[in-house]
Design a protein around this ligand. Structure first.
Ligand code: BGC
Ligand code: NOJ
Length: 817
């Protein structure tokens, strides 16, 4: 069952019914001002930090699910009937409804009793505000007398405090209303120099700023007293819940339309110019007034919207594919790239599943996210790398997270996630491969954000590498620390205290439990570092990396091979996890994917054998599950993984993030059919027809899909902000389509389904545009046999980086001779 359809020409997903199984969201903003918006206008906005600078309120986990948003009400003043043109919150039956989620904007349109209304929500580039461009048309044969009410609820800035500290917060709220603009200035009188504003382009019939006056006693958002009676109360909030509502009267002749612009924004004043007059308590509005005036003007709004569309066109234009598969085309060309930008901007902070209060930027998360966005925003990727590496510890370890507002490592969570350091090598190598910017390695970066501790970035990578060698366990495998990539495999936390954090509790000495996954990651990272060192002329370093990688490969083959797949780890008792000797959790996905990606077992057939085992034991029609058999009970020595009921999250769900590792491994052994099949199983667009099972948005990947042990097998959760975005994008673009960035150029090495006759990729890379046409006349899955560049045949399959020129470089690649 479908709830909408893709409009690829416009780069939009069109939702045709408001009651989707879950709120289906989109993101507004790409720089400093962000928000998410559901298909019925739910969601919230914030400036930079979803916790500390929250502008509007949203109520997570409510019934109905999606409460709080950018609401409008329309009222027919002849009959008194009122409704929400975005369906929520009144949920009045609409004659027509459509939500178009696009790149950085959402348009919601509907029609009720022949009154048609459209609202376009977006954030102009370079601004810290959002626009709601609303237009209403009378399609009746007689005149319509209407009222429009806007409604947002202000958050008192710190979202955590806002949701808990009521004894104070019910007394701090303050607003001003001047010239159709509502200013929200709670705490401005003391230590804040920022405020929010909500402006309207029309003359107001009234306004409300006190939520409970607007709503009336004992009422909800579906039935506000002001809207019901058709007249605002002109309330001014003192304490309680500051709110913003404009009331505009609109009389329309038959066929007539009216456009109203609402602007919700964030503004900072210089600390010494907060008030006007200076000795008053009145917000100085001089600096914000020109901004408001600009965006209450329809022409500026249209121009800003066009600019936003061009911005996205440019970002997405960097990699475009025309393949025989519509799902590949729209995910690569539009939605997966868009989702990668969301993970760049928001990491794991604010979504329908992430409350915006909890996590900062994860060290491993952000380094992996780079794989998906580095080609779109290389300069910002560079800055991200330098910020991340400044949180690295002198030992080579890393703060597991840092706060985006302060860029400081997060002490509450600390370090000792022993995979973390290697992701820095992976992130930096992806950046250099994309840009050829070797200079980044010479950037002097602090350790632990400490002044005076600066060392070249290259030294950070060396310490990452050494970190593992200094922490080997009884089998010579890397010690796991608090956890490796799998945050829930907590082998040094034996916890029987309810609520105790699995991730920050360490009550074992940590000298026994080892990770085969980290061993694989170490080999992968060491090989990258060797390539980097070679190109820097550091032969000794390169040799050492390769020697240690080879030694670790031997250890993996000796102690990390179980006969038909790779072992996952050794626990605190020195017993294997992910082995045939285990009762449950006999085989895990992570070590299969990571070891093969690192090249372990490629020569001696072990890789293929492991992939067969994955196919046999882990693959389901909805994707590949994390491990089998699922843990049926809580195991104190395994930790959080066994806290989940079977089939959910790390306990044997299809944890989509690591499916691409297997897909890459399949391409490495040359199985294009199977790689593509696995990719398609989790591709949300390919799952659109089973919307009633999948339930999440069909345009973005989800972190997990319930596994075969769950009663809801196939149900997706935690969409948008997940490492799945980057890994699927990287996998399909660089390993299946096979247009792969390397240090010296672009590799053309597709591994595709035999039935594909070919495809074309347009790729901007280091100042040139490549138009790469791949032909597959013999129905092969892999193997470029002929490569022509501008009509001339060249040997091998690498397109060496070359000086930039204005016309595209035309490449023809033929598979299989
Ligand atoms: C989740 C993990 C996540 C971790 C972050 C756990 O509850 O299952 O997926 O990485 O929390 O703290
Ligand atoms: C989500 C976390 O953000 C990520 O860092 C981790 O690797 C996965 N969960 C698996 O536990």
């Amino acid at each position: 069952m479908r709830f909408g359809h893709f409009d690829d020409g416009k780069r939009e997903y069109v939702i045709n019914q408001p009651n989707t199984p879950l709120p289906w969201i989109n993101y507004l903003g790409c720089e400093a001002y962000f928000g998410f918006i559901s298909n019925t206008a739910g969601g919230y906005s914030f400036y930079r930090d979803a916790r500390l600078r929250r502008l509007t309120r949203y109520r997570y986990n409510q019934a109905p699910f999606d409460v709080g948003g950018r609401y409008l009400y329309l009222r027919d003043n002849d009959t008194g009937e009122f409704w929400s043109p975005s369906w929520q919150p009144t949920r009045t039956k609409l004659d027509q409804y459509e939500c178009r989620h696009g790149m950085g904007y959402t348009i919601i349109g509907s029609s009720h009793k022949k009154i048609e209304a459209w609202t376009c929500y977006f954030v102009p580039l370079g601004e810290t505000l959002e626009i709601w461009k609303f237009s209403v048309t009378n399609r009746r044969k007689k005149p319509a007398k209407l009222s429009v009410f806007s409604s947002i609820e202000f958050c008192l800035w710190d979202a955590q405090d806002d949701a808990t500290n009521f004894q104070r917060n019910f007394s701090t709220g303050q607003v001003e209303v001047v010239d159709e603009v509502i200013y929200h200035k709670t705490e401005y009188r003391e230590r804040r120099n920022h405020f929010a504003y909500f402006a309207c382009s029309e003359k107001l019939a009234g306004f409300d700023t006190q939520r409970d006056t607007f709503l009336g006693a004992c009422r909800g958002w579906d039935n506000p007293a002001a809207v019901e009676r058709g007249k605002s109360f002109n309330s001014v909030a003192h304490g309680w819940a500051p709110h913003g509502s404009h009331h505009v009267k609109v009389n329309l002749k038959p066929g007539e339309s009216k456009e109203i612009i609402f602007v919700l924004g964030y503004h900072e004043n210089p600390v010494d110019q907060k008030f006007d007059p200076p000795d008053s308590q009145t917000v100085n509005k001089q600096t914000v007034k020109p901004v408001i005036a600009k965006y209450l003007d329809g022409q500026s709004v249209t121009a800003a919207f066009e600019k936003l569309r061009r911005y996205w066109g440019n970002l997405l234009g960097i990699y475009q594919v025309q393949s025989p598969d519509v799902h590949v085309n729209r995910m690569v060309n539009i939605w997966n790239a868009c989702q990668c930008m969301a993970t760049f901007n928001l990491s794991r902070s604010a979504s329908f599943y992430e409350s915006g209060i909890g996590r900062g930027l994860g060290f491993r998360d952000s380094n992996q996210d780079l794989l998906g966005f580095v080609h779109m925003v290389p300069c910002r990727a560079r800055e991200r790398i330098l910020d991340l590496s400044a949180t690295q510890l002198k030992t080579g370890g890393a703060f597991h997270q840092y706060q985006p507002l302060t860029k400081r490592g997060n002490h509450d969570l600390g370090s000792n996630f022993n995979d973390d350091p290697h992701w820095l090598i992976i992130g930096v190598s992806a950046y250099i491969k994309e840009t050829g910017d070797w200079g980044i390695l010479d950037e002097r970066v602090q350790f632990e954000n400490e002044a005076g501790s600066e060392q070249p970035l290259y030294e950070h990578l060396r310490r990452s590498f050494n970190y593992t060698l200094e922490r080997l366990g009884p089998h010579g495998l890397p010690l796991i620390g608090r956890a490796d990539w799998n945050d829930c495999l907590n082998l040094n936390c034996f916890s029987n205290t309810p609520g105790q954090s699995f991730q920050t509790t360490t009550n074992k000495d940590g000298k026994v439990a080892e990770s085969v996954f980290i061993a694989g990651l170490f080999v992968l990272a060491a090989k990258e570092l060797a390539k980097i060192a070679t190109r820097r002329g550091l032969k000794k370093d390169a040799d050492r990396c390769l020697a240690e990688a080879a030694r670790m490969e031997e250890v993996i083959l000796k102690h990390g091979w179980d006969g038909a797949w790779f072992v996952r780890a050794y626990d605190d008792f020195g017993k294997p996890i992910g082995s045939k000797v285990c009762d449950e959790g006999k085989i895990f996905i992570e070590s299969q994917g990571m070891c093969i990606m690192a090249g372990v077992g490629l020569k001696d057939g072990k890789a293929r054998l492991a992939l067969e085992s994955v196919n046999k034991h882990l693959a389901t029609r909805h994707g590949i599950v994390l491990q089998q058999p699922a843990f049926s009970k809580y195991y104190i020595h395994l930790g959080e993984i066994s806290s989940y009921p079977p089939g959910y999250k790390e306990n044997a769900s299809i944890f989509c993030h690591n499916n691409p590792w297997i897909i890459i491994a399949e391409t490495m052994v040359g199985d294009g059919n199977r790689a593509f099949d696995y990719y398609t199983r989790i591709n949300p667009s390919a799952r659109e027809n089973i919307g009633e099972v999948h339930r999440c948005e069909p345009y973005v990947f989800a972190q997990m899909i319930a596994g075969k042990d769950a009663p809801t097998h196939g149900e997706a959760k935690n969409s948008w902000l997940t490492g799945t975005a980057a890994w699927t994008y990287f996998t399909v673009t660089q390993w299946i389509l096979g247009i792969r960035t390397e240090y010296d150029g672009l590799r053309v090495d597709p591994v595709i389904p035999a039935k594909w006759k070919g495809f074309t990729v347009t790729r901007r890379f280091r100042g040139n545009t490549y138009v790469i046409e791949v032909k597959n006349p013999k129905g092969k899955q892999r193997g470029v046999k002929k490569l022509r560049v501008d009509g001339k045949e060249i040997a091998g399959n690498l397109l060496p980086a070359c000086p930039s020129r204005s016309e595209p470089i035309r490449v023809e690649a033929v598979l299989g001779g």
